[in-house]
Design a protein around this ligand. Structure first.
Ligand code: C2O
Length: 626
């Protein structure tokens, strides 16, 4: 293990390192550092493979010129997301880990096209959060954005801290511009790959995203078995315009569910973009030195790559030329190794794979992240769907010489990886359901020719000054909101809330009457994926439902995949099952951010008798007083 550019060896200048991932073998590394400084910058900071040969910014293709010898301070180093394993105590006693975040607008050009990006601590994507299971996470978030914001901790149960879920209009009022709010919660039982993102309108796709990794003592065993190095990789679709403007266009009168199609895809917050796609009149400033992410590997070492799809709505198909990958985690559930050439990752999902760097080390290889255009209703002429980054055996940014894409066909439909092939290592037989609910959704042209998403007749509009949780607590006390099971009538028509009063097992049939695919996420829970289909209707005339509800072990009940985000394909259904044991008001929504903002959201009010006993902490409640 030699160089300064390895995924594991975090030897870039300390200013670029993440706070908790220090290796202190500095002295030995200084010499190596000097020798390979230029190389290290090139690899670690993800410098480009095209149009440039140094770290110097060239003049922009259009607009004002800019020259600097500096790596852009907002640009995230790939090494910032390398999880140093030897320096981390996986068995540390529970502690409190504190992060200070300031959200602000910056001008940045992740793929060369300059735009306003919402950054955390001046960087995009956001800082890596790393904690152990059992720890308390405290994030002081100062909002220097012009607009209100929140942060949601995607996948966290927030058991007994529902008001820390960060969901505008459901668990909190957004944090006004200029204010600081502290998120503070414990993670007693969970571990794996998670992420955080703003949960205020479409804001997160302008940049407010980052990885949240929860380690556990058991992970040490996993490392012994499968990997030597551990690297987080963010993939996302990307727009050159601010989301607020795109959202206005999407929701405008007469527009029939044509979601804005991304302009590019980013890996680790960077990618190449062909500036000549935009002419002088485009209004864009495009720097012709855009970059591709590079991940350096060492021959015959094994890498856990933790992919997180932090995008707006694209499903990616990911592969590495010449290397079979083994999936070992999806949405924080550890699974039996599944060998794949390509795998799908929908918006908000996480997938860990093992990369064994066992191919010829005389060349580099492409990592391909193909954006599935079947997710889109239209074309975007500037979009190159083949997003590439480099797996470098050679400590160089040299383009591969004998890198060959797998022959396996790419998906033609916007879909998940086959959930039945994912087998949780911690086996759990799914118990039969006690109660059944169905959510049917579609898009419909409603008032003022506006296209809205409708779930069981309701389209969600967030109540930003009186969130559902606040309404629930007050309403249950005042007996305006009933604790009995079923769809609650105590909320306004834009809040579709199902009350689940007892700890029991719930079946949720999600019926898609739209032609598009929808990645649904359930806050505060993981669900069993009991069955999925490409047919429109659940086959009630067959014995499927009784098999799914058998008390004995069968193909469906034995050990179904557990996750928190699942794609419901066009004109089809999925049957999810969960244990209703987490009190609070929980969002269940399409993570296609355009669809969520069009109203594709239902809510579950779990254990209202517990909710009734809550008093929302003053700092959270005060956000609603402006
Ligand atoms: Cu990633 Cu409502 O969340």
């Amino acid at each position: 293990m030699s160089d300064t550019t390895d995924i594991k060896a975090s030897t870039l200048p300390t200013a670029r390192k993440s706070r908790f991932s220090r290796l202190c073998c500095c002295i030995l590394l200084v010499a190596a550092f000097i020798v390979v400084l230029g190389l290290a910058l090139g690899l670690g900071l993800g410098l480009g493979l095209k149009h440039r040969t140094s770290t110097t910014e060239s003049s922009p293709a259009t607009g004002s010129s800019q020259a600097s010898n500096q790596i852009q301070s907002w640009r995230r180093s790939t090494l910032d997301y390398a999880l140093d394993l030897s320096g981390w105590d996986f068995n540390a006693p529970p502690t409190t880990r504190v992060y200070n975040f300031t959200a602000s607008e910056i001008a940045a050009y992740p793929d060369g096209v300059n735009r306003t990006v919402l950054a955390i601590n001046g960087q995009f994507p956001g800082p890596l959060i790393r904690i152990n299971q059992g720890d308390r996470l405290v994030v002081h978030l100062t909002n220097h954005l012009p607009n209100a914001t929140t942060l949601h901790w995607h996948g966290m149960f927030q058991n007994d801290t529902n008001w820390m879920d960060g969901t505008t209009g459901i668990t909190q009022c957004p944090i006004p511009s200029g204010q600081t709010f502290t998120y503070n919660f414990t993670v007693p039982t969970q571990s794996g790959t998670y992420w955080y993102h703003a949960h205020q309108s479409t804001q997160y796709i302008d940049g407010l995203v980052g990885p949240l990794i929860v380690h556990s003592p058991e992970e040490v065993q996993l490392q012994k078995q499968y990997y030597d190095f551990d690297q987080v990789i963010l993939v996302q679709d990307w727009y050159h315009g601010l989301s607020a403007g795109l959202l206005d266009g999407f929701l405008a009168s007469g527009n029939e569910n044509a979601e804005p199609v991304p302009d590019n895809g980013l890996i680790q917050g960077t990618n190449y973009f062909n500036c000549s796609s935009y002419d002088e009149g485009s209004g864009y400033t495009c720097y012709d030195n855009s970059t591709r992410a590079t991940f350096a590997v060492e021959n015959n070492h094994r890498y856990r790559l933790r992919f997180i799809n932090t995008g707006a709505f694209t499903t990616f198909q990911i592969s590495i030329d010449n290397h079979t990958l083994n999936v070992i985690e999806a949405d924080s559930t550890i699974v039996e190794p599944l060998p794949v050439h390509r795998f799908e990752i929908a918006t908000a999902q996480r997938v860990s794979v093992i990369l064994n760097a066992n191919q010829s080390s005389t060349t580099n290889y492409w990592m391909r992240m193909e954006m599935n255009t079947d997710c889109y209703a239209a074309d975007n002429p500037v979009l190159d769907t083949s997003v590439l980054s480099l797996i470098s055996y050679t400590n160089s940014t040299a383009e591969p010489t004998s890198s060959v894409d797998w022959k396996d066909a790419y998906d033609l439909i916007c879909q998940d990886m086959n959930n039945t092939l994912l087998v949780p290592v911690a086996e759990q037989q799914a118990p039969p359901a006690d109660i059944f609910y169905q959510l049917s959704f579609s898009f419909a042209i409603g008032d003022y020719a506006l296209d809205r998403a409708v779930i069981n007749g309701s389209t969600w509009v967030p109540n930003k000054s009186d969130p559902t949780l606040n309404q629930a607590i007050a309403g249950i006390h005042a007996s305006n909101i009933s604790e009995t099971a079923g769809v609650s009538t105590g909320f306004s028509p834009n809040q579709y809330v199902i009350s689940l009063p007892t700890i029991q097992v719930v079946d949720l049939l999600v019926q898609n009457f739209d032609d598009g695919s929808h990645p649904f996420h359930f806050h505060g829970h993981v669900f069993w994926v009991m069955a999925t289909s490409t047919e429109q209707y659940f086959p009630w005339s067959s014995d499927l439902y009784s098999q799914l509800n058998s008390t004995s072990s069968n193909d469906y009940t034995k050990n179904p995949m557990r996750r928190d985000t699942i794609t419901v394909e066009g004109y089809s259904w999925v049957l999810l099952r969960f244990r209703n044991d987490n009190p609070g008001v929980w969002a269940f929504h399409c993570h296609n951010i355009w669809h969520m903002e069009a109203g594709l959201m239902a809510q579950f009010m779990s254990l209202p008798d517990v909710i009734k006993s809550w008093e929302i902490p003053a700092d959270v409640a005060n956000l609603c007083i402006v």
